[in-house]
Design a binder for this molecule. Structure first.
Ligand code: AMP
Length: 131
C-alpha cells in the first residue's frame, strides 16, 4: 500500500511544495512547529532513514542544506534545527525547523494554526530564495 508521502509525490494529495529534484522532494509540514517548518523526503519509499543507501542518505542532507539556507532568509531565526522522528509517517523524512530556543523544536508543543493562504505565502517566499 502506498503511503501518504508517496501520494504527495504523485500529486494525489496536495502539498505546499518547496523544491524537488530527481531523488528528493521538500514541502511544508502541514502541522508546523514554526513558520517555514519543512519536510525533506526521498522519492524512494523507505520507512527508516538509516535504511537508505549511503549515497541517498548523504545527498538528502546536502539537498536539505540548500532548503535550510532559503528558509533562514524568509523566517528570522537563530538557525534551522533538524530532526528525524518518523514515528507518525513511515516514509523517511527530515524536519527543517526555524529555531531560536530549545523549546522551538519540542514536538510535544501545540502546532501552529496557519491558514492555507499563509502556508502558500511562506512556500512562495522560500521558493523565491531558491532561485
Ligand atoms: P513524524 O513521522 O513523527 O516525523 O511526523 C510526521 C510529520 O508529517 C508530522 O510533523 C506531520 O505534521 C507531517 N505530515 C503528515 N501528513 C502530512 C501532509 N499531508 N502534508 C504535510 N505534512 C504532513
Amino acid at each position: 500500500m502506498s503511503g501518504i508521502f508517496s501520494k504527495i509525490l504523485r500529486g494525489e494529495i496536495p502539498s505546499h511544495k518547496i523544491a524537488e529534484d530527481d531523488n528528493y522532494f521538500a514541502f511544508l509540514d502541514i502541522n508546523p512547529l514554526a513558520k517555514g517548518h519543512t519536510l525533506v523526503i526521498p522519492r524512494k519509499e523507505i520507512d527508516y532513514i538509516f535504511d537508505l543507501e549511503d549515497s541517498l542518505l548523504a545527498g538528502m542532507l546536502v539537498f536539505s542544506k540548500r532548503i535550510a539556507t532559503a528558509i533562514e532568509k524568509v523566517v528570522p531565526c537563530k538557525r534551522i534545527g533538524i530532526a528525524v522522528l518518523g514515528l507518525e509517517v513511515p516514509h523517511a523524512h527530515i524536519h527543517l525547523i526555524p529555531i531560536n530556543r530549545i523549546d522551538d523544536i519540542n514536538f510535544a508543543r501545540p502546532k501552529l494554526q496557519l491558514t492555507n493562504e499563509e502556508m502558500a505565502d511562506i512556500a512562495t517566499k522560500i521558493r523565491q530564495e531558491l532561485k
